[in-house]
Design a protein around this ligand. Structure first.
Ligand SMILES: Nc1ncnc2c1ncn2[C@@H]1O[C@H](COP(=O)(O)OP(=O)(O)O)[C@@H](O)[C@H]1O
Ligand SMILES: O=C(O)C1=C[C@@H](OP(=O)(O)O)[C@@H](O)[C@H](O)C1
Ligand SMILES: [Mg+2]
Length: 178
């Protein structure tokens, strides 16, 4: 797999709660790549949590930090990059994402809701109706996510390990120029 990818980065995109961070770590272990999470880098750069950035600086500034971090990481190779769910909403981010192979992790809303039911770290979901919020975000983002190179549909019972294996099995079908 490492030979096939030739150092090309993998970018995981998709909705909050789909498992980008969890599966990304496993993928990196499996193929000997480094793992990077854009949210984690943003909190390091800003010196505060995602919640604090949204509350104190607003989403616009968060998106700017996210783009800056993405621009930095895409100059490296052999990375698995778990992005934040909204990275696709900034058109110019696509010029960075297209440096690598873009993998869309896609799961139905009820699965996302169940996983995020007790979560307080995603400011966009601290809403009186998180289900409606997720539906609304997905409606806006689905056409953007669908620009990925690889679309992985996740079943409710699939473990992170199974999803990582599924992705690795599917990559040879979409390697650019192969
Ligand atoms: N395949 C899975 N099966 C069950 N729970 C999962 C799975 N993938 C992720 N999770 C859980 O769902 C939550 C969100 O996962 P996370 O990796 O943070 O998603 P994302 O980075 O896409 O927002 C976490 O609590 C994680 O442990
Ligand atoms: O969907 C979004 O707009 C967001 C997703 C989050 O990351 P995850 O997708 O890893 O939860 C994080 O970047 C921020 O809370 C905004
Ligand atoms: Mg994440």
């Amino acid at each position: 797999m490492t030979n096939l990818l030739k150092g090309v980065n993998l970018y995981l995109i998709g909705m909050m709660g789909v498992g980008k961070t969890t599966v990304g770590k496993l993928l990196a272990e499996k193929i000997g790549y480094r793992f990077i999470d854009t949210d984690e880098l943003i909190t390091k750069v800003a010196g505060k949590s995602i919640n604090e950035i949204f509350a104190q600086n607003g989403e616009t500034e968060f998106r700017q930090l996210e783009s800056n971090v993405l621009a930095q990481v895409c100059s490296y190779t052999k990375l698995i990059i778990a992005t934040g769910g909204g990275i696709v909403t900034q058109q110019y981010n696509w010029s960075y994402l297209h440096h690598g192979l873009i993998v869309w992790l896609d799961a139905p809303i009820p699965i996302l809701l169940e996983r995020l039911a007790e979560d307080h770290t995603r400011p966009l979901l601290q809403d009186s109706d998180p289900e409606a919020k997720l539906r609304n975000l997905l409606e806006q983002r689905q056409p953007l996510y669908s620009q990925a190179d690889l679309h992985i549909t996740i079943q409710a019972t699939e473990t992170p390990e199974e999803i990582a294996t599924h992705i690795l099995k599917t990559i040879p079908n979409v390697i650019k120029g192969e």
